[in-house]
Design a protein. Structure first.
Length: 114
């Protein structure tokens, strides 16, 4: 989508600090980190939200969840743990209409989220 913030980041039209990229996944550091490690992981195919995941595009989500433990190990927080967050829709806190996951680590997280 031409007006999508994350599509523009994936295509290099908006700068980001890339952490990982392959044919399916693009990951970059969040510009307003909520933890010492805060990575945004997006599918390279535009999917608006978790409500749009289907049999045709679920490969992108599978690839995201394959790369999460690799990133955690490579960055050294796999043993202490991390949080994976997805916000879906306005009431769920989604602010960019491109499916994305926040990978946060480097501090203890409480529950409810915070």
């Amino acid at each position: 989508m031409k007006d999508c913030l994350f599509c523009k980041i994936i295509n290099g039209k908006i700068p980001s600090t890339k952490v990982y990229e392959d044919d399916y996944v693009f990951a970059f550091n969040d510009i307003e980190p909520q933890a010492p490690y805060h990575i945004v992981i997006v599918p390279k195919h535009h999917i608006s939200s978790a409500n749009e995941i289907n049999a045709e595009n679920s490969i992108y989500i599978s690839k995201i969840f394959e790369i999460i433990p690799k990133l955690a190990k490579d960055l050294g927080f796999d043993q202490n743990g991390y949080r994976v967050i997805n916000n879906c829709g306005k009431d769920g806190g989604q602010t960019v209409n491109h499916l994305h996951f926040h990978l946060t680590a480097g501090r203890q997280f409480g529950w409810p989220a915070g």
